[in-house]
Design a binder for this molecule. Sequence first.
Ligand SMILES: [Zn+2]
Length: 385
Amino acid sequence: MKLKDKMYIIQYYMKAYSLNAYRIYNSIPDVTTREFAIINFDNIMKRHILVRDFNSFKRILIDENVKELYHSSAYYLFPDKPMDQKEWRGADLIFDIDADHIDRVRLKEVYICKKCGEVHNKPVDICIRCGGTVDKVKLIDSEALNQVKNELFKLIDILIDDFGFKEEDLKIFFSGHRGFHIHITNENILNLDGIERLEIKDYITMEGIDLVTIRDPNSRPIREIKRILREKKDELNIYFSPNEVKVIRDILNRGDINFYHFLKRIRGRRGFIEKLNKLLLKEGSVGIDGIVTVDTSRLIRAPESLHGKTGLVKSLLDLERLDGERIISESSPEEKMTSVYVRYIPRLLWGDYELNETFNERIKVPLTLSIYLVNMGIAYDIRDL
Ligand SMILES: [Zn+2]
């Protein structure tokens, strides 16, 4: 990154953190019991930070040249001591949905030469200009967020319908980059240990589920496999042998059938069952980053803080008004337009701004998009208009 752009971006973060300090501070329940961590503009992480009050919080944000801010999902007696002396007192339950964990979501890709910076629009093994090695870079935009949103809704349904959380228990955030976070601070979950959280995670991702071992006919795996087979009714031959397809079609055609008994009946056919298990995992899982949910001392991005790549805020979302365009617009701390020189950029939808595919041109774009493109290495020289 050019020094001038780095200075510009540091200024942007300093201003946003200074203006948003109170908002960030207020959005974190039980601030004084959390471990805080920062990543500064030299990309150095400092952790085990205790925040005593708002003034010390604001001082950290300003003095430490903060790019990214994190806090523990856990509550501790001594947040600033080493891990083994912190004295854990519970943790929020956190879910992280990231486009990178969802095969169904297709992000736009560019290929950047590590040596000369040339940006290619198609996959190449080596740089066409200089022969250098090439990095694949995936880009998020409002369109992709709309796809990730479907995954978010699935997760919300499971948390409410199957786990019995109330909508007001769930705080839903845009992560600032490729997805969403759900924070649950309900006291019923505070003391769940790692094993219990692992079970919750497996229920959501369907990992390790064997359909024939399930005893509850109304459980989610049974409901899901039924839904998936119905949905894929016309393409079953991709997954199953002709004989298996016939068996499935028969049962589907019978109307309101009992899938539980069906599974019991075929339990001896291990190959068939394995195919069903695999299909369930592929089509019935919700794409969460499991480790975030399971780890009881995880550091998570602080609400209302800025993402280091996009300059967008991790903002609290209103479920009633959730679309990819709005998410990016409402997570931009400043509405300002800027200009930036773009090497190559595919068609992108960034909030309300639709950008066509562009090669080697100076373009006018919203400030956060300039920051994102520069951070991703596909543009340079941000200027105010
Ligand atoms: Zn090159």
